[in-house]
Structures are given as C-alpha cells and as structure tokens.
Design a protein around this ligand. Structure first.
Ligand code: 2AM
Length: 174
C-alpha cells in the first residue's frame, strides 16, 4: 500500500554533465566515507519533511507561480562538517540563489507550511561519514541554474533515491 505521506524538498537539480565532472573530481580525491550517488547530486532550496501526499498539487501550484530569474552558481569551497558530511558550497553569497530560496520559503509560509527555523545553507552534498579532508583543496565548478524541482526522497533497493515530481524553469535573463 502506498504511504499517504512523502518526504519532500525543493532543490536545484545538478545538470547531469556537471554531476559527472564533480563526481570524477571527488573520486580523484580518494576520500573515505559513503559517496552520494551521481544521480542524487542536488542543492536543496527548501526541505519540507514529511507531507501528506494530498498536498502535492498545492505545492506544484505554488512553485509554478514563482517568477525568479535564472542565475550562475559558482561552487568553490569544499567543506567537512563535524558529522562527516562533505559538501561543495559557494564562497560568496549568491543573490539569485538566496532570492529563490526565500521566494520558496515565503510561498510555503503563505500556504501554511512552515520550514525549520535554521538559516538556509547552500550546499551540495558529496560524501557522508568522511573522517578528514586533505588540506588546500580548492574546487571551482560553475553551474548555470536554469530550473528547480520538487523531489520526494524515497528508500529504494539501492538506498535513498530522489524522485523528481516536477520541475520549473527560472526566468531567462535575455
Ligand atoms: P543533506 O544532503 O545535507 O543531508 C534530502 O534529504 C535533502 O534534504 C538533502 O539535501 C538533505 O541535506 C536535505 N535535508 C534533510 N534534512 C533536512 C533538514 N532537516 N533541514 C534542511 N535540509 C534537510
């Protein structure tokens, strides 16, 4: 029987060609830990947690109404958290990204879906349970962010899978 709740989040989907390049670079560092699958690379904009399946049409509607410009995202920091999560992040605040995350948060709040009160952390997770990073690793990946999507996080036979429910374009600048 299908569960009537889904674990949902909005995210930027890493373009497949860029995901391949990032994963090849990550693997070349030979870090210990549990790597995130190439297909799962994404940058979360808003984490909704468990939501009733019946809410999905409303979420699709509010996302479709957002009018946010496309932007360039440069990932140029490699970070390891104390819990062993290793991620890529921008070293500078990216206005377009912050605007998109805020627009989503506002639209969700207006729909009565409050997010956790922790500040938005722009990050693309690469590896979990990593004990240590080598010093002086300076990445540089450019990601033209042209769309965003709603995902359901599901447990599959090979671990966590992120199923894209729908995606929407960001506004072109030209
Ligand atoms: P992570 O990669 O840092 O774990 C699906 O689980 C996505 O939602 C992942 O990007 C995950 O981030 C993020 N996520 C999971 N729990 C979250 C929470 N409580 N707050 C914000 N993001 C969360």
């Amino acid at each position: 029987m299908k569960s009537d709740a889904l674990r949902l989040f909005f995210a930027l989907d890493c373009p497949p060609a860029l995901a391949e390049v990032i994963v090849a670079w990550r693997d070349s560092l030979h870090l210990s830990g549990r790597p995130v699958a190439t297909a799962n690379l994404h940058l979360t904009l808003a984490f909704l947690g468990q939501q009733p399946r019946a809410r999905v049409p409303e979420l699709l509607g509010l996302a479709a109404r957002l009018q946010v410009p496309a932007f360039e995202l440069r990932l140029d920091r490699l970070v390891r958290r104390r819990n062993g999560l290793v991620y890529l992040a921008p070293s500078q605040p990216i206005e377009g990204l912050l605007n998109l995350a805020q627009a989503l948060r506002d639209a969700l709040l207006a729909a009565g879906i409050g997010l956790e009160n922790r500040p938005f952390l722009a990050h693309l997770s690469l590896l979990r349970h990593c004990p240590k990073l080598p010093p002086d690793v300076i990445p540089s990946f450019d990601w033209p962010a042209t769309n965003f999507a709603l995902y359901a996080s599901e447990q599959g036979p090979h671990g966590t899978q992120y199923r894209q429910l729908q995606q929407w374009p960001l506004l072109r600048n030209d």
